[in-house]
Design a protein around this ligand. Structure first.
Ligand code: GLN
Length: 490
């Protein structure tokens, strides 16, 4: 059995008792990647040498960490733990491409705040993970380089856009990975690959150093095997950052303290709009089993309505492309990345962008530019923003009488590679249960809740703003009662 088949806390105990060394863990992670990544293709860049060098240096520091840990200081739980980072997060000295050809030659000049905080805990970075180009997609197939394969079935997608981060954790290549979630890009791939994925409240984790897709929706969060591990990683990356003007200045609670297993009297809302037509009956059956488990733990369940859900996709596909069209204007062949030379400056811009961006990215830039153009702004962008407010009010209304909202994470299990690439709208519809959460800025977690036809199903729990504590508590209580889930056979 792999050394990595344990929780972060278990490994921490073994590291500080000198039962295992950080360098042995790093070597186990790199061996697993070596053995499986030819098929899965979770990584765009494997930092093998850097990881081993770092881990060997940590081997010499175990004594210091042991002393801190003895005083109850939990700030070094990630010491020596191998992790991976989505390739739209800056990692100093390593390539950061957002899976785009336009950044093929780009090396980060600095660390994103979330990465910097992991560094301060002395985690070991083993590599940068594959993704849909600029985080635009739901399957990983929009990567400018190659698609990632689902460790449960190599002919299927792992979901997206954080395809590589999800697959790397699912395949046991690393203990945790960071992803970003603009409309579901952490939760949906977590559901498809049978791992835990958490999208924090907008503003809880600094976006400094994240390559922006849609700035008012983007959030960074963890992929892990368990809810407890998600709490550990969130603890490390959450908290105010003066480098991000949208970073919230709120106190970060000790998330591990929330994992009591006690959810008696908890009020769970089931939104009827998330259980309608389009939901695969096999997925519904697994989610319904999870509801019964939560009831057996003492939670009460009630039916609610989120009536503006039907407008969420339309609003998202105006707001996200509008923000993307503005954010991606910076990739012009002058400041970053690859340039295609031409006779005039304007021609150089055009050629660089025509050759550097993939099809989906171009589609979104055009959609967004159109939606923002004068004469159309009020009809599209402004109305989408008003719809967004109504969607947020739907959630506020439910949270006046409930603690969490429960739904499937996605309407189906992982689909076959190639099944939806020809039809962008079918692909967009896949995010129907995840997108409203980003529009409202609230947190949500996906936890594996069973298998349908041998493929993982994700349970989504949605919480009040900055109430990650309740989400983690419920998810952990459920996970404990559910019992162990099978791992991907690879
Ligand atoms: N699939 C959605 C999109 O393509 C969400 C992506 C994301 O969350 N980054 O925009």
């Amino acid at each position: 059995m792999s050394l990595l088949n344990a929780s972060i806390r278990e490994l921490h105990t073994k590291i500080i008792s000198k039962e295992i060394k950080p360098s042995e863990l790093a070597a186990a992670s790199l061996e697993r990647i070596q053995a499986t990544d030819g098929k899965i293709k979770a990584f765009l860049h494997i930092a093998a040498e850097e990881a081993m060098e770092r881990a060997k240096a940590l081997d010499e520091q175990v004594h210091d960490i042991r002393q801190r840990s003895a005083t109850g200081d939990l700030s070094h739980l990630l010491f020596g733990i191998p992790g991976a980072i989505k390739d739209n997060l800056n990692t100093k000295g390593l390539p950061t491409t957002a899976a785009s050809k336009i950044l093929a030659n780009y090396t980060s000049a600095y660390d994103a705040t979330a990465v910097d905080r992991l560094n301060k805990e002395n985690y070991v970075l083993v590599g940068k993970t594959n993704m849909d180009e600029f985080a635009m997609g739901s399957s990983g197939e929009n990567s400018g380089y190659f698609p990632t394969h689902n460790p449960w079935d190599l002919e299927r997608v792992p979901g997206g856009s954080s395809s590589g981060s999800a697959a790397a954790v699912s395949a046991g290549q690393v203990l945790f990975a960071l992803g970003s979630d603009t409309g579901g890009s952490i939760r949906q791939p977590a559901a498809y690959t049978g791992v835990v994925g958490l999208k924090p409240t907008y503003g809880l984790v600094s976006r400094f150093g994240l390559i922006s897709y849609a700035s008012s929706l983007d959030q960074i969060g963890p992929f892990t095997q368990t809810v407890e591990d998600a709490a550990v990683v969130l603890q490390a990356i959450a908290g105010h950052d003066p480098h991000d003007s949208t970073s919230a200045n709120v106190a970060v609670p000790r998330y591990l303290d929330a994992l009591t297993g006690d959810i008696k009297g908890l009020r769970i809302a089931l939104p009827s709009e998330y259980f309608e037509e389009g939901l695969d009956p096999a997925v519904r059956a697994e989610v319904e089993k999870a509801i019964r488990v939560l009831e057996s733990l003492g939670a009460t369940v009630g039916q609610v309505s989120l009536p503006h859900t039907k407008y969420a996709l339309a609003a998202y596909y105006l707001i996200a492309p509008a923000e993307a069209s503005s954010n991606l204007a910076r990739f012009d062949g002058v400041r970053y990345g690859v340039r295609t030379e031409a006779d005039t400056l304007v021609e150089m811009y055009k050629q660089t962008r025509a050759q550097g961006f993939g099809e989906e990215v171009k589609r979104r830039i055009m959609l967004g530019t159109y939606a923002l153009s004068s004469g159309y702004y009020d009809a599209y962008y402004l109305r989408a923003q008003k719809t967004r407010t109504l969607i947020k009010q739907d959630f506020d209304h439910v949270f006046a009488s409930y603690d969490v909202i429960l739904s499937p994470t996605a309407p189906t299990t992982a689909f076959k590679i190639g099944a939806k690439v020809e039809d962008p709208v079918t692909m967009y519809l896949n995010d129907i249960y995840t997108i409203p959460v980003n529009l409202a800025g609230i947190p949500a977690i996906s936890v594996p809740c069973g298998l349908a036809d041998g493929l993982p199903v994700g349970l989504q729990l949605i919480g009040k703003a900055f109430d990650e504590t309740t989400l983690l508590r419920v998810a952990h209580a459920y996970e404990t009662a559910r019992g162990a889930m099978p791992r991907a056979m690879l």
